[in-house]
Design a protein around this ligand. Structure first.
Ligand SMILES: NC(=O)c1ccc[n+]([C@@H]2O[C@H](COP(=O)([O-])OP(=O)(O)OC[C@H]3O[C@@H](n4cnc5c(N)ncnc54)[C@H](O)[C@@H]3O)[C@@H](O)[C@H]2O)c1
Length: 324
C-alpha cells in the first residue's frame, strides 16, 4: 500500500516508516519539522507541510491508500502550561487533516494515541475498557480525536485503528536513527545523556510511591515494535478488520530505579542521579494489558528492556558525539 505518514520525521514516525518499507509498503512523509528532524526521513519521499493545509494535502491524498497520523504536539508538561498549542495542533489542525482525508478517496487511518487517555488508572494492567479520564490537555486532545474517528466511522465510513502507546523507547537496529526531542523530556534519553555527561544528573521524580522500590512504574516499549504494530494495524484494516482502539505495551511495568540498575548491569556505567519531589499528576504505575493487540493484530512486543537500553545507548553515544 502507499501510505501518507504525517509526523514521519519525528521519533516514532521515522521508525515506523522503516517498518512499513521493510514490509513492502510505499511511504510519503509529510511533516512541518516543528519538532521533527529532516535527517530522520532520509531515503523517503518527503513533503514539508502543515497538517492543517488541506490544499497541500489534497494532491498527496489522491495518490495514497492510507494515512498514518503521528504529527502532534506531544509533551505532557508543555500541554499543562500552553494548552492552546495542544488544542490547536492536536485538535484544530488534526480536524483539518481529517477533513482533507474525507474529501479524498482515502478511508483507512491509523492514529497515534496514548496511554495518557486513561489518566490515573484504577488498576494495572490497563485494558482498553478502563476508565478514560485524562488529567492533562495532551491526553484530552488525543481522546477527543479518538471520538472524532469513531464518529466519522459511523457517518463517513472512515476505518481506523487508534494505537494507544505507552512509553516509546529505544533506537533502530541500523544505528542510523533514534530518539531526538528538543527539549528532551523523556526518561531514557535524559538518563543516557546524564551518563554521557551531556546533561545534568538525572532527576528521579518521587521515591515514595506505593511501588516496590518507591519509584514510578511505566511500560517501556521498543519503538521498532511500535512501528511493526502500525504495519499490522494497516494490514488489519486492508483485510476488512474492524475499527478500534488498541493498547500497545509490553504488559510489563519497569520502575525508574530498575532502568538505572539494568543500565549499570549492562554497561558498568552508573547513571548520575538525584531524587526530586513527585511531579503533580504522575500516576505511580502505568502498564498495559496488550491482549487486544495480540488477539486482533497478532502483535507482541519482541524486544525487552535490555534491547531498549542497548540500542538507545548505541544511538546516543553516536548522536551526542556528532552534535558535541
Ligand atoms: N514518544 C512517546 O512515548 C509517545 C507515547 C504515546 C503517544 N505518542 C504519540 O506519537 C506521535 C509521535 O510522537 P513522537 O514522540 O515521535 O514525537 P515527535 O515530536 O518526535 O514527532 C512528531 C512529528 O510531528 C511533526 N508535526 C507536529 N505538528 C505538525 C503539524 N501541525 N504539521 C505537520 N507536522 C507536524 C513534528 O515535526 C514531528 O516530526 C505523537 O502523536 C505522540 O502524541 C508518543
Amino acid at each position: 500500500m502507499r501510505v501518507l505518514v504525517t509526523g514521519g520525521s519525528g521519533y516514532v514516525g521515522s521508525h515506523t516508516v522503516r517498518e512499513l518499507a521493510a514490509a513492502g509498503h510505499e511511504v510519503v512523509i509529510y511533516d512541518n519539522l516543528s519538532t521533527g528532524d529532516r535527517r530522520l526521513s532520509e531515503g523517503f519521499e518527503f513533503i514539508e507541510g502543515e497538517i492543517a493545509d488541506g490544499a497541500r494535502l489534497a494532491p498527496v491524498l489522491d495518490r495514497v491508500d492510507a494515512v498514518m497520523h503521528f504529527a502532534a504536539s506531544a509533551y505532557v508538561g508543555e500541554s499543562m502550561t500552553d494548552p492552546r498549542k495542544y488544542f490547536r495542533n492536536n485538535v484544530e489542525s488534526a480536524l483539518k487533516l481529517i477533513d482533507a482525508v474525507l474529501a479524498s478517496p482515502v478511508r483507512t487511518f491509523v492514529f497515534s494515541s496514548t496511554c495518557a487517555v486513561y489518566g490515573i488508572p484504577q488498576a494495572c494492567p490497563i485494558d482498553e475498557e478502563s476508565r478514560k479520564e485524562p488529567i492533562n490537555p495532551y491526553g484530552a486532545t488525543k481522546l477527543f480525536f479518538e471520538h472524532v474517528l469513531e464518529a466519522y466511522r459511523v457517518t463517513h465510513g472512515l476505518r481506523y485503528v487508534a494505537l494507544r502507546y505507552f512509553n516509546a523507547a529505544g533506537a533502530h537496529a541500523s544505528g542510523l536513527i533514534g530518539e531526538i526531542h528538543d527539549p528532551e523530556t523523556h526518561l531514557i534519553p535524559l538518563a543516557l545523556k546524564a551518563a554521557l555527561g551531556s546533561a545534568p544528573p538525572l532527576t528521579i521524580f518521587g521515591s515514595d510511591f506505593d511501588t516496590p522500590d518507591g519509584t514510578c512504574i511505566r511500560d517501556y516499549t521498543h519503538v521498532s515494535d511500535l512501528g511493526s504494530a502500525h504495519v499490522l494495524a494497516l494490514e488489519h484494516l486492508a483485510e476488512g478488520g474492524a475499527s478500534m482502539s488498541v493498547n500497545l505495551g509490553t504488559g510489563r511495568g519497569t520502575s525508574v530505579r530498575e532502568i538505572v540498575d539494568v543500565f549499570h548491569a549492562l554497561t558498568g556505567i552508573r547513571i548520575p542521579h538525584q531524587y526530586g519531589p513527585r511531579r503533580e499528576g504522575d500516576p505511580p504505575c502505568l502498564y498495559a494489558n496488550p491482549a487486544r493487540a495480540n488477539e486482533v493484530l497478532g502483535w507482541v512486543a519482541r524486544r525487552n528492556l535490555e534491547d531498549i537500553l542497548t540500542s538507545a545507548w548505541g544511538w546516543h553515544q553516536k548522536f551526542e558525539s556528532k552534535t558535541a
